[in-house]
Every structure is written in C-alpha cells, then in structure tokens.
Design a protein around this ligand. Sequence first.
Ligand code: ADP
Ligand code: MG
Length: 354
Amino acid sequence: QKRVSGIPKALYGGRHTVTMLPGSGIGPEMMNYVKEVFRYAGVPVDFEDVQMDATAESNEDLEYAITSIRRNGVAIKGNVETGSMRRGVFSRNVALRNELDLYVNVLNCKSYPGVSARQQGIDIVIIRQNTEGEYAMLEHESVDGVVESMKVVTSENSERVARYAFEYAKRAGRRKITTIHKANIMKLSDGLFLETSRKVAKEYPEIEHNDMIIDNCCMQLVSKPHQFDVMVMTNLYGTIVSNVVCGLVGGAGLLSGKNYGDHYAVFEPGTRNTGTSIAGKNIANPIAMLNAAVDMLEHLGHKYHAEIIYDAIEKTINEDRIHTPDLGGQATSIDVVQNIIKHLQQKTRTSNWH
Ligand code: ADP
Ligand code: MG
C-alpha cells in the first residue's frame, strides 16, 4: 500500500524547504507570525514564498505555486479569494488541491479547556473527500436561465478517502467511523460513496461503522456532538460540517486542517477563511495558522520543534488565557504571539542542546 503524502523532498543538511502561500486577507500577517515563532524555536525550515494573485486574469501564479509545491513536497497556505469570475480562471484553492491530487482533508477538532465555547470536551476527526463531489468545477448554462452543476463521485476516490479514514482510526486508536451522506436523495452519487465506505468497513471489523444523513448530522452535532468520533464525508458536506464543529469549539481562529495526497501535503487553517474584514487590525487569532505550522513540522518529522511550539500554544490558550476577540478576549494577535515566544524562550534556555 502506498504511503499517504509521500516523503518530504526538499531536505538539505537537515533543513527543509517548504512552500509558503500567504494568500490574501489575514494570510500574510499570520505567516509573519509563523516565521517569527519558528525563528525563536530555532526550527530548521526555510520558506519559499509564493504569492498567488487573487485578481489575476490568467492562471500563471497558480502554475508557479503548483510547481513550487511539486518541488518541495510540502506547503503551508492561507486562503486566496479568487477575484475574477471569468471563465477559465479557477479558484486558486480548489485548483491547487485538484492539481496536486490532495484527495483527503483531515480536521482534528479538539476542544481547548481554556476556551469558553458552546461545547466542551469535543474530540472529533473530520475526514473529507477533498477533490471532487460538488467541487468538480463543472458548471455550465445549458440554455438561458438553466445552470447545470456536476457533482462527481468516483469509486476510486471514495475508496481512497474511506481507506484513509479506517487506517487513520486504526493508527490513532479511534473506535468509530460515521459516514455522512444524503444517499436517500442522491442515490447514485452519495449512494456510491456510502456503499464504498461500507465495503471498506468490512476489512476493519475492530472499528465500529455507522452512517448518518447530513441534515440529521448537523442537528446531532449541535445537540449531542459527543456521539461522534471519526466522520467521513464528501467535499461540500465536509466544508459545512467543519465549520459547524469549529464553531462549536471556538470559531475560525483556532483549528488547523491538513490536505494529503500520495505525494504532497498542504497545511492551512481548518475553515479556510480569508478574514478580509479583520485584516491589518491586529485582532485575528494567529492560533489556527500556528497549529497548521505545527502539523507541518510533525509531517516533516521535526517532532521536537512541533512539540515545544504546541506546548507554548496550549499554555497560552489554556493556562494564561491570552485570547483574541473571536474567543471573547481582548488580546491582540501580537499579544498571543509574544506570549507563545515567551514560553519558547523559557524552553530553549533550559534545553539548548537540541
Ligand atoms: P471575511 O473574508 O469576510 O472577513 P471569512 O469568510 O474569511 O470572512 O471568515 C468568516 C468569519 O470568521 C469572519 O467573521 C472572520 O472575521 C472570522 N475569522 C476568520 N479567521 C479568523 C481568525 N484567524 N481570527 C478571528 N476571526 C477569524
Ligand atoms: Mg472570506
């Protein structure tokens, strides 16, 4: 069996080079915080900065970004809003995932005890098909006033995402997987997705498998979220459910998401927001992007650095409770970052042999 997301490529003398796509909105400032935190933690990672142009009328910037990720194997990214509605100008975010065949998105939704959120003690993993379904970008106006949009579900991709989910559950010691669908209405497309996950489930008798219709799932998530362990679903349901769960544990500024394929890995904030309205105000929560950076370090095998940064994040959020306004606090983005750096300095002072 192929190893998901390959082996990080750009490694020279113990240092990795990683593609950094700041994106628009709050993306660039968040990336500066990542660089600053990495500097204090002494992380052996170099960034290749690539700007994607949200207003471009061609796809050249996109092609350059894809080439860079192909070379480096790994990227960290902010969200890019695609300005042009012109035909043939693709959503940067969707095209990137499709071109690199990043077929699975993984969102670990774990509550922070220090955040007063709608729900406490949540520990859900959302595993989402990331390249097809309703995001196939195959839309056309067949006759005036009639638009057709294709939702594409293939057995190959349904199987890859189901298999990823069960392998993940096995590896992470998770007990239950719930497939989310609307197969009662979309009998063929969601039907295939559901059937495929049932077929894969048979190979993993030690993991409980059930399924739930997407509308009921949304209600259950709001009222009784603790029943969920690992959830697997198609693309559009995935983005909606991710936003619901992030909302339950503390909003858009907290959690990170991972995009994997057989060859590449891209790390980003979990709900993929641009945050245009809060950009440049020193109020955006830097935690989601810093968590994405920690995910990236784990993926690269920089376990020590991932651990010290994550530890500093946890102390900042749970113990010191330095919270930005989205979490109900009054701290600025910079307050949060400086507090994280303070913890890192204490750590690196006592263990500078690493
Ligand atoms: P917009 O681009 O219109 O600002 P988004 O759709 O990008 O909004 O984000 C949705 C909501 O989440 C907005 O209210 C935005 O301010 C908020 N948000 C997104 N990212 C963060 C963050 N890192 N910290 C705080 N709030 C955020
Ligand atoms: Mg937006």
